[in-house]
Design a protein around this ligand. Structure first.
Ligand SMILES: Nc1ncnc2c1ncn2[C@@H]1O[C@H](COP(=O)(O)OP(=O)(O)OP(=O)(O)O)[C@@H](O)[C@H]1O
Ligand SMILES: [Mg+2]
Length: 302
């Protein structure tokens, strides 16, 4: 992939710039691949609330002085407590939020898939995928159809979104991202609402898409096992910064032993202390007793 599309996000004046909280020492980002990073953030801070608007009289930094590099074609997973700022970071990389005079570099072509597919119910499946694509008529439709075939939905091109299963709807959302040929694919808990079997199939699909098109991917997830199965590098966000980074250089699928040792390590990083031999059972037990955004799917115990 060419880096020529790299663009710094627009610099806007930020009345909240400089408001930083968090107690973690600053981490040096792990070295990414030898080529220049596709995504580069330095000292990135995102605050909400304002002196005028908040009752406490001060802004709150959700992301604080964060450094992040993502290499072209790298698959990164982002774990962390609910409310720690994962979506805020993803929105920044997607260009959905102002970055207000900060050092943020992202590629020109990006696409986002959220937990809900966000399809327009009055447009057919192919038309949802084609929505907003440059070009006209048959060419646009052909591109949308090719993307839908790639995600295994060649037989649902003219379906209405409300007739799709949850897994099918997420496939459409992936096709809608894919058709834009993104250099950076941003996934915000895209599989959280589907059943376990469908999730495994969607993992395979995402890996197939990634291997074929080689976008850089940032996957936000609460699921430690999902992060282990998919990512080259796993980040844990805490107190507004990358608290830990774990590189997974093994081939996919991971060996059972490697997956188990990574799971233990990540659960520890997430603040879930459990004996080594108990971690798997505990993780699965918690996952069953909580909804799919909590428990050992990556959520620390209170
Ligand atoms: N536009 C906003 N205005 C004010 N506060 C916000 C805004 N967006 C996010 N926040 C706050 O920032 C914090 C981080 O939110 P964010 O959605 O990034 O968390 P998250 O890590 O994605 O959580 P979850 O895992 O539950 O999705 C939360 O406390 C949230 O309330
Ligand atoms: Mg979120």
């Amino acid at each position: 992939m060419s880096l020529s599309g790299l663009e710094p996000l627009p610099m806007l004046p930020d009345p909240l710039a400089g408001v930083v909280s968090g107690s973690l020492p600053k981490r040096k980002p792990l070295e990414v691949a030898p080529s220049a990073p596709l995504v580069r953030l330095r000292g990135f801070t995102r605050s909400f609330g304002s002196s005028r608007g908040s009752s406490s009289g001060s802004a709150r930094a959700v992301i604080a002085d964060l450094d992040l590099d993502i290499a072209p074609g790298e698959f990164v997973a982002l774990l962390g407590r609910s409310g720690c700022g994962k979506t805020t970071l993803l929105r920044t990389l997607a260009g959905l939020d102002e970055v207000a005079g900060q050092e943020v570099t992202v590629p020109g072509s990006r696409a986002v898939v959220f937990q809900d597919a966000r399809l327009l119910p009055w447009k057919r499946v192919w038309s949802n995928v084609a929505l907003g694509l440059p070009g006209r008529g048959a060419d646009v439709r052909a591109r949308a159809e090719a993307a839908l075939r790639e995600v295994g939905l060649g037989h649902r091109l003219d379906a209405w979104p409300l007739t799709l299963s949850g897994g099918e709807a997420q496939r459409v959302a992936l096709a809608r991202a894919l058709v834009r040929e993104p250099q950076l694919l941003l996934l915000d808990e895209p599989f959280a609402a589907v059943d376990a079997l469908t999730r495994i199939k969607l993992h395979e699909l995402v890996l197939a898409i990634w291997r074929t098109h080689r976008p850089a991917v940032m996957l936000v997830t609460h699921d430690v096992d999902e992060a282990i199965a998919l990512a080259d590098r796993i980040l844990v966000l805490e107190h507004g910064r990358i608290a830990t980074e774990t590189r997974v250089d093994d081939g996919r699928p991971r060996s059972a032993e490697r997956a188990e040792s990574l799971r233990r390590l990540l659960l520890q990083h997430l603040g879930i202390a459990c004996k080594a031999q108990d971690s798997d059972a505990k993780a699965r037990g918690n996952a069953q007793s909580n909804d799919n955004r909590t428990g050992a799917r990556g959520e620390p115990s209170p």
